[in-house]
Design a protein around this ligand. Structure first.
Ligand code: SF4
Ligand code: SF4
Length: 419
């Protein structure tokens, strides 16, 4: 296996400004579960004074969420995430990636496995709400329930009418290629449809390219570097035929990974194409915010926006999703405590680090319940599932949806899709 070098840590001056931003440090109080403590471990590995087989190293690196909350607060511009990925790839050479993570990675990377398994999940989904609860199995059902079409929202019991797809926009309209991903394609097709409709309603020609697949973020974050590179190569080839179009992404984790393809494929023959692809990637909220977003029907809803870490910290996109939601007439944005903190999802982390993931989630759930919104909005599938399951586990019926779904409801009620 090829592994990238551990880099980006040299500027760290151990000031500790990052400690209070780190959810795992706040949960355990252990310096080794903080960015600064993990940097000491990673530097020791890079210098050769610690081996990849040292249990302490893997233990504390495994417990890192990879949320990157430590990066924006760092005055020295330490590239923690890059170093974390490289370290995990090195550790994976001497210790297998945890079985659960390997299974998830294998399913998401291969459409022949993904399609039947996620198809089965969709069959079970209608009863998942009844089975949702606190236990591991109950939590898994809660996650599945959270992938339902969010039209069944809210305290008022409002419903949008089923929207038909809008007529194709004029061919002179700017083109946006939808990145379909893996779990987004399998369990969140309603978000893809909402993305397509809202982009079209705002003058974009929204299309999909064939042969694209999983972005590889799950693999890169768990140490399967070579697999992440393979998946990146496939997507670079898939999007190469339409080099002028922007790539619209509605999953924060995928968007962050796609924007890193230039780094992931450094030294690869496809590096120039990977860099070009990264520059074309836009989160759907970013894309809509770049023009004046069309105003839809009034929705009298209190919305709590919870920013996904890979949108806020990795892509540094804070305002666009809020602006998108605020553009909807009648929406009242409610604030919840520590909104910028991770929810504990972090890819397969919620399956491999169950206890710590649930501890981190507990704060998020309590903060959201205290804010008492009608609906929670967040732009990443893992966050929708994690927060949705956390709320269901404590008996809350507050739905969790993608922000673009709320815009879509507003447009459907305004009759935009009947034009
Ligand atoms: S990572 Fe940045 S904020 Fe954290 S200890 Fe190092 S220099 Fe300070
Ligand atoms: S990525 Fe998140 S969990 Fe990991 S050290 Fe940084 S702030 Fe802490």
């Amino acid at each position: 296996m090829n592994t990238p070098p551990i880099s980006g840590l040299d500027p760290c001056v151990h000031c500790g400004f990052c400690l209070q931003a780190c959810p795992t440090y706040l949960a355990t109080g252990d310096e080794s579960d903080s960015p600064r403590g993990r940097i000491v471990l990673m530097r020791s590995l890079a210098r050769g004074s610690l081996s990849t087989t040292e249990p302490t190293l893997a233990f504390h690196l495994d417990r890192c969420l990879g949320c990157l909350a430590c990066e924006p607060v760092c005055p020295s511009d330490v590239r923690y995430g890059t170093a974390l990925e490289a370290t995990r790839a090195l550790i994976a050479q001497s210790r297998p990636v945890p079985l659960v993570a390997r299974m998830v990675n294998a399913v998401m990377a291969d459409r022949r496995l993904r399609r039947p398994l996620l198809g089965l999940a969709r069959l079970v989904r209608p009863v998942a709400g009844v089975l949702a609860g606190q236990s591991r199995l109950g939590f898994a059902f809660g996650m599945l329930r959270a992938t339902e079409n969010g039209q069944r929202w809210g305290k008022q019991g409002q419903k949008t009418e089923k929207a038909s797809l809008p007529a194709p926009s004029a061919s002179s309209a700017p083109s946006a290629l939808l990145f379909t991903g893996c779990i987004m394609e399998g369990l969140f097709s309603h978000v893809h449809e909402a993305t397509h409709r809202t982009l079209s309603a705002n003058g974009y020609r929204s299309t999909r390219v064939p042969h694209q697949g999983c972005c590889g973020a799950l693999h890169a974050h768990t140490g399967e570097h070579d697999k992440a590179v393979d998946l990146a190569r496939r997507n670079v080839a898939a999007f190469a035929d339409c080099p002028e179009s922007v790539i619209a992404v509605n999953s924060a984790g995928c968007g962050a990974m796609l924007k890193e393809y230039g780094r992931l494929l450094a030294g690869d023959p496809l590096e120039p194409e990977a860099v070009a692809l990264s520059q074309r990637v836009r989160d759907v909220s970013q894309l809509l915010a770049s023009r004046e977003t069309r105003r839809g029907h009034t929705l009298a809803l209190k919305v709590a926006y919870d920013p996904p870490c890979h949108l806020l910290h990795a892509q540094r996109i804070a305002d666009a999703p809020r602006a998108l939601l605020a553009s909807i007439p009648g929406i009242e944005m409610v604030q919840h405590r520590d909104a910028a903190m991770c929810c504990g999802s972090a890819g397969s982390y919620s399956l491999t680090q169950v206890g710590l993931s649930r501890t981190v989630l507990e704060d998020k759930v309590n903060a959201l319940i205290a804010a008492d919104p009608d609906v929670v909005a967040t732009g990443n599938p893992g966050c929708i599932m994690q927060i949705g399951a956390g709320l269901a586990a404590v008996g809350s019926s507050i739905p969790v949806v993608h922000p673009i779904e709320i815009l879509d409801w507003s447009y459907a009620m305004a009759g935009f899709y009947d034009e």
